[in-house]
Design a protein around this ligand. Structure first.
Ligand code: ATP
Length: 290
């Protein structure tokens, strides 16, 4: 049996007339990266901040490390690391000073030098935070979650607004944190990010979870068929074929062999297998845009 570090059951939350969460349920297992993915306004931040003890729920049950959040927050806090979407970092403190300040809130502290190294902040440890690039700031935000050496990390859209290269750099660091044994609950609205990082994904839209599973399971269930586009020379004429494949596209090589057997020269092949983007469109009926 998987040990669950976070258990959310039928969680409800409204802001006035806006029903932000309509009774969502999920579990985060020890050692995994669990990703909540959904468009702006889906309810991701609300979910995270209720679990972190920062907002109040209207209904449902939440347990973190087996404890009720509202009753046990003082025992839970030392064991979690929280990165807020717009967490303030003091402009005229250096990177290292920010980490020292955050560490001072905790009894148990990780080595600041080790965190600087892990998050590639060593070279800029003495820069003011106001002088950092977007990618460096996000790395510092994640670094602040590590100061108490927590078992469980909450990362709210850790790469939003970054260029693809900085994003990939942070993905590698998040993967390394899982490697170290940390459990991570992460929100994102980038499908590629969820597909790359997540052991399991929950797709959330308008306050409801539409499906939960591993990326591969979700793609098999909801991704739809793969497609193959082939351009050939047949009887000295160029022709195009579009062929529907099964989900995995595994029969593609066999199809190419059939062409070869008939002496048809294949000039170009493109295979499009379904991805998380297709899963999202098929489940919600819309594209996930920034
Ligand atoms: P984003 O990616 O934009 O942060 P999200 O998925 O995190 O989106 P939430 O921020 O949780 O979504 O918002 C869910 C819904 O609740 C939205 O309709 C939002 O407008 C509303 N909402 C969130 N916070 C508040 C608040 N403090 N007061 C009123 N309404 C709020």
């Amino acid at each position: 049996m998987n040990e669950s570090l976070v258990e959310v059951e039928n969680l409800r939350k409204s802001y006035g007339k806006t029903e932000a969460l309509k009774g969502i349920s999920f579990k985060v297992n020890k050692g995994e990266i669990f990703t909540l993915i959904g468009p702006n306004g889906a309810g991701k931040t609300t979910t995270l901040e209720i679990i972190e003890g920062l907002r109040k729920k209207d209904g449902g049950k939440i347990r973190v490390f087996g404890e009720d959040v509202e009753k046990g927050i003082s025992r839970i806090k030392p064991k979690i690391g929280v990165q807020l979407q717009h967490g303030a970092l003091y402009e005229y403190l250096t990177v290292k000073e920010v980490l020292i300040l955050f560490a001072s809130f905790y009894k148990k502290r990780a080595s600041i030098e080790a965190i600087l190294k892990k998050m590639a902040l060593k070279e800029i440890a003495h820069k003011w935070t106001k002088a950092l690039s977007g990618g460096q700031l996000q790395r510092l935000r994640i670094a602040t979650t590590l100061v108490n050496d927590p078992e469980l990390l909450f990362l709210d859209e850790p790469t939003t607004g970054l260029d693809p290269q900085s994003r990939r750099y942070i993905w590698k660091m998040i993967e390394d944190l899982r490697e170290e044994g940390k459990t991570i609950l992460l929100t994102t609205h980038y499908m590629e990010e969820a597909e790359k990082l997540a052991n399991r994904i929950a797709i959330i839209d308008r306050g409801e979870i539409l499906s939960i599973g591993t990326p591969a399971d979700l793609i098999t269930k909801y991704g739809g068929k793969a497609g193959m586009y082939i351009r050939v020379i047949e009887k000295k004429e160029e022709k195009e074929y579009r062929i529907n494949l099964k989900n995995s596209g595994a029969e593609a090589p066999q199809i190419l062999q059939e062409f070869a057997k008939k002496g048809i020269e294949v000039k170009y092949v493109e295979i499009k297998t379904p991805n998380m983007e297709d899963v999202f469109i098929n489940l919600t009926g819309k594209e996930l845009r920034e």
